[in-house]
Design a binder for this molecule. Structure first.
Ligand SMILES: Cc1ncc(COP(=O)(O)O)c(C=O)c1O
Length: 430
């Protein structure tokens, strides 16, 4: 918490009107008069912080080492925290209505720190599928070295299927002599846009674990969050972000975030302190700049995506679209209606043909850049089967619907008609 009780800048309501995060992004967590009146926070480039007294230093360390709960009421050392990172954390938590948040050096370091903090030797992770390929690698190939097992279920699974998966996970945990430690979701999933029923997962988790030990429910909210989906409202306890994407929003930084219940954040923070996965002050400052325009950027990108997908939907060279604005499956539509307030701007385009036709389309694009990643101001296009998911075995790719004719597109904030002209000429080249 950047303010430590001294900050007068945290205005939560005006004249009885509760402020929205879009307004709070301009001031929350920062008092200019603690920094010579600087309207924007300076970047605090320091590796360590001076204590006013030895007793204060001891008290701050009691927080760092977990002897006292909650964030420290003073700064100690930049591997643990710093003013720029604390202001971002305060602001990030607002979007999801979270108790608290943590920032990290990348989305993957956020996910790895979360898992190292919550999962022990011989425990079991239950996860939805598909997951971002590096997250699948982390669970299946790295945590498994420490005896961790996993059981996965398809994103659209029903309550009954999730009940069954949790029963199987408990049996595996009993066999290993560990516990079911974590339910880890990604929704919409990368790259298929398949949605997970978080409400059903929460119901199943609570029914399967009525006692004191309940595996935490964490969800990667990178594709729709924090504007179009706030899964803490559907019963998740932690949301995870690659802040590299929509939150950073300009394809010029790499960062990650976790927001959620204080009890869980207080378990993850000491792990971050130990392994040093916090983001640097300069990146935190850039994230502050980015969060000020988050609603504007995401809204425009969402409007653009609807226009572009409306054009693509009826094009003779398009086989189909994986766009959340045009869902065909009633189960997926039901989840969307209960969980999401917007269809996002990242979608799958299925070109008629295979890899050759898809590559021809990608190579012909002029405005859209051929690059992986998403959520930036510029439109990006990539080929998951040959790029981000190249390491995924063919059988699994097939099961997950990651086909050779799938092109993933992230729409930016350019003029929608210019983008449509670009897609039209690139499809002509196929
Ligand atoms: C859904 C999702 N989660 C996590 C990550 C990893 O984030 P980062 O690249 O910031 O480590 C990505 C990256 O593409 C992603 O798409």
């Amino acid at each position: 918490m950047a303010t430590r009780g001294k900050n007068k800048a945290n205005i939560e309501a005006v004249g009885g009107k509760k402020l929205t995060p879009a307004t709070q992004m301009m001031g929350h967590g920062y008092d200019p008069f603690l920094s010579e009146g600087a309207l924007k926070p300076p970047i605090f480039l320091t590796s360590t912080f001076a204590f006013e007294s030895a007793a204060a230093g001891k008290r701050f360390f009691e927080h760092i080492t977990g002897k006292r709960q909650g964030p420290a009421d003073g700064l100690v050392y930049s591997r643990f925290n710093g003013p720029n990172q604390e202001i971002v954390e305060d602001r990030l938590a607002l979007w999801d209505g979270a108790d608290d948040a943590l920032v990290f050096s990348s989305g993957m370091s956020a996910i790895a720190t979360l898992m190292l903090a919550l999962v022990g030797q011989n425990d079991v992770v239950v996860h939805s599928g598909p997951l971002y390929a590096a997250t699948e690698t982390l669970i299946a190939r790295i945590l498994s070295r420490f005896g961790v097992g996993f059981v996965d279920f398809p994103a659209g699974a029903t309550r009954e299927q999730i009940d069954d998966v949790l029963t199987r996970a408990q049996a595996l945990a009993d066999e290993k002599g560990g516990k079911v430690a974590l339910v880890y979701l990604e929704s919409p999933a990368n790259p298929t846009n398949a949605l997970v029923d978080v409400e059903a997962v929460r119901g199943a988790r609570d029914a399967a674990f009525p006692g004191d030990h309940k595996p935490a429910i964490a969800i990667d909210n990178t594709f729709l969050g924090p504007l179009w989906q706030q899964p803490l409202k559907q019963g998740a306890e932690l949301v995870v972000y690659s802040l590299t994407k929509y939150a950073g929003g300009h394809s010029d930084l790499v960062a990650g975030g976790v927001a959620g219940d204080q009890r869980l954040i207080d378990i993850i923070r000491p792990m971050r302190n130990t392994i040093g996965t916090i983001c640097d002050p300069n990146t935190a400052w850039m994230l502050l700049r980015s969060l000020e325009t988050l609603e504007l950027r995401m809204s425009r990108a969402g409007e653009n995506a609807l226009k572009v997908c409306t054009f693509l939907r009826d094009h003779p060279k398009v086989e189909g679209l994986g766009y959340l604005g045009f869902i065909a499956d009633p189960r997926q539509q039901d989840i969307f209606d209960r969980h999401c307030s917007g269809a996002g701007s990242t979608f799958s385009l299925f070109i008629k043909g295979g890899e050759e036709e898809s590559f021809r389309f990608l190579d012909a694009l002029k405005i859209a850049k051929l690059a992986v990643s998403l959520g930036g101001t510029e439109t990006l296009a990539s080929h998951p089967a040959a790029m981000t998911h190249l390491s995924v075995p063919d059988e699994r790719k097939k099961a997950l619907g990651i086909t050779d004719n799938l092109v993933r597109i992230s729409i930016g904030i350019e003029d929608a008609d210019d983008l449509i002209a670009d897609f039209a000429q690139a499809l002509d080249a196929v």
